[in-house]
Structure formats: structure tokens, C-alpha cells
Design a protein around this ligand. Structure first.
Ligand code: SAM
Length: 247
């Protein structure tokens, strides 16, 4: 029997943005969760362009939260006539929401409703370990790993093409941005794998650089002036890291 987890507790900020009492931080930009996912995580990783014509493309995310980044990615994949044959989305989550809470949260994005409903239909019991969910006739595979991210990274195999780094702020959730975590991410990266995150904190840039990701700041989403993109194994920080905003 797999151990139970401490689920997330659904609370909202005064403007309605979901917030974690455990971490004292919001789950997504108050300026729009779906648009943030498109700007920071998809465009920041050069998607959908980079998966086009591929047999398999693998994304790894730190922090599944509401599944907003996953749903935005699935929708972009579904709408792309040149999409990869199979998309694997690995996401690590220590405090998952219940399906009922997800239903309340997902109601804010009607454009994602059919996919969100499909996701909730397959939502696993909140037990630690990996839950493999096959969607879109098996062409979208969500590998949800419930438990601590660093611990999970040491236990499973994945050859990752793109990383979505989406913990709470490094000040409030330091273990999701630590040098050890960045090294663990690198150990699953294919050469040339990319990353994107909304955080430009010096400690994050340092930890990623030490793990052999060349990182670069670029324009952020909404009120955030900057965000970070990066590439694994790139020698020069001046190499072409700037992806076009395709999502
Ligand atoms: C900003 S939210 C992620 C939002 C999410 N990407 C989305 O699209 O909705 C950060 C998430 O990281 C999770 N988290 C925090 N520390 C963690 C850890 N050590 N291991 C795994 N997940 C963690 C939190 O529970 C939370 O769901």
C-alpha cells in the first residue's frame, strides 16, 4: 500500500487567485494562469515548434499544482497539426489537490474545460508514487509523481527535452530550486534540453549554471519584467537561447 500524502488545501487570495497557505504564495500569476503558461513555459521552451515532426517529446515539470501548465500544453499540442506523435509530460507534486478542488479551480478556464474534465476523470488516488495517465488515445501520457520532487527524481527514468520550473517562490519553497534539485534535473536532460521559469532569482540562476544549464533572462509575463530560459550543455551563455513567442 502506498503512503497517503498531505493534499493541498484550496484557498484563494482576495482577488480570487488560488493561494497555498502551506507556502504562503499564489499558484499562478494574478494576471492570468493560462496566458502565463503560454508565455513562460510553452514559448519559453520554444514550443510548439520544438516538438514538431518528433516521434516523442518529453516535458518535465516541478509542481503540478492545478495542472494549468499541463492543460495549456495539451491544448497547444492538440491544436498543432505538426505535433509530435507522442507527448510525455512528467510532473512532480508533493501536495496534490483532490479532484473536487480541481473542478472548482478549472472552472476559471472554459477554453480548457473538455481537457480538464478528461484529466479529472482519470485523476488518481492521492497516494505517493507514480501514476501514469494515458490521454488522447495514448498519445498524451501524463506521468504524475506524487511525493517530494528531489526524492522522485532519484527514482525514475526520463530523457527530458524541456523543463517547466514552477515551484512557489524560491524564498518560500527553496527545496524546489536547490542546487541538488538542479543537478537532479540535469541528470535527466538530453543534450540541448531547454528550461523556462518565471523566476530570475540569483540563487536559481547560480544553481542552474552549476548544473550545466546556460541561462538567460528574457521578457517576463505581465507585470514581471523578466523570466529565465536555459539550455542544457550549452557552452556559451551567448548562444541562441531566445525562443520566439509561438504559443
Ligand atoms: C506554483 S505551484 C505549480 C503550479 C502548476 N505548475 C500549475 O500549472 O498549476 C507549485 C507547486 O509545487 C508543489 N511543490 C512544492 N514543493 C514541492 C516539492 N518539494 N516536491 C514536489 N512538489 C512540490 C506545490 O505543492 C505546488 O503545487
Amino acid at each position: 500500500m502506498l503512503p497517503r500524502l498531505l493534499p493541498a488545501h484550496l484557498t484563494r487570495d482576495t482577488d480570487g487567485t488560488p493561494i497555498s497557505q502551506l507556502y504562503g504564495d499564489i499558484y499562478h500569476s494574478a494576471s492570468g494562469g493560462h496566458a502565463q503558461a503560454q508565455h513562460v513555459f510553452l514559448a519559453g521552451n520554444g514550443l510548439p515548434g520544438r516538438w514538431q515532426g518528433r516521434k516523442l517529446f518529453v516535458i518535465l515539470e516541478t509542481g503540478f499544482g492545478l495542472g494549468l501548465n499541463f492543460l495549456a500544453t495539451w491544448l497547444a499540442w492538440q491544436n498543432d497539426p505538426d505535433r509530435c506523435q507522442v507527448l510525455h509530460f512528467v510532473s512532480l507534486e508533493k501536495h496534490p489537490f483532490t479532484a473536487d478542488d480541481l473542478a472548482q479551480l478549472h472552472a476559471a478556464w472554459p477554453e480548457l474545460a473538455p481537457l480538464a474534465q478528461e484529466l479529472r476523470r482519470h485523476w488518481p488516488p492521492l497516494l505517493a508514487g507514480e501514476h501514469r495517465i494515458e490521454l488522447a488515445q495514448g498519445r498524451v501520457v501524463l506521468r504524475l509523481v506524487f511525493g517530494d520532487a528531489l526524492d522522485a527524481l532519484s527514482r525514475f527514468d526520463a530523457a527530458v527535452d524541456a523543463f517547466y520550473l514552477d515551484g512557489f517562490s524560491p524564498a518560500r519553497n527553496p527545496e524546489l530550486w536547490s542546487p541538488a534539485l538542479c543537478r537532479a534535473l540535469a541528470s535527466h536532460a538530453v543534450p540541448g534540453a531547454t528550461l523556462a521559469t518565471w523566476s530570475v532569482a540569483g540563487s536559481v540562476r547560480q544553481a542552474l549554471s552549476a548544473a550545466h544549464f546556460a541561462v538567460e533572462k528574457c521578457p517576463g509575463f505581465a507585470s514581471k519584467r523578466q523570466m529565465l530560459v536555459g539550455r542544457y550543455g550549452t557552452q556559451s551563455p551567448n548562444s541562441k537561447l531566445h525562443f520566439t513567442d509561438q504559443a
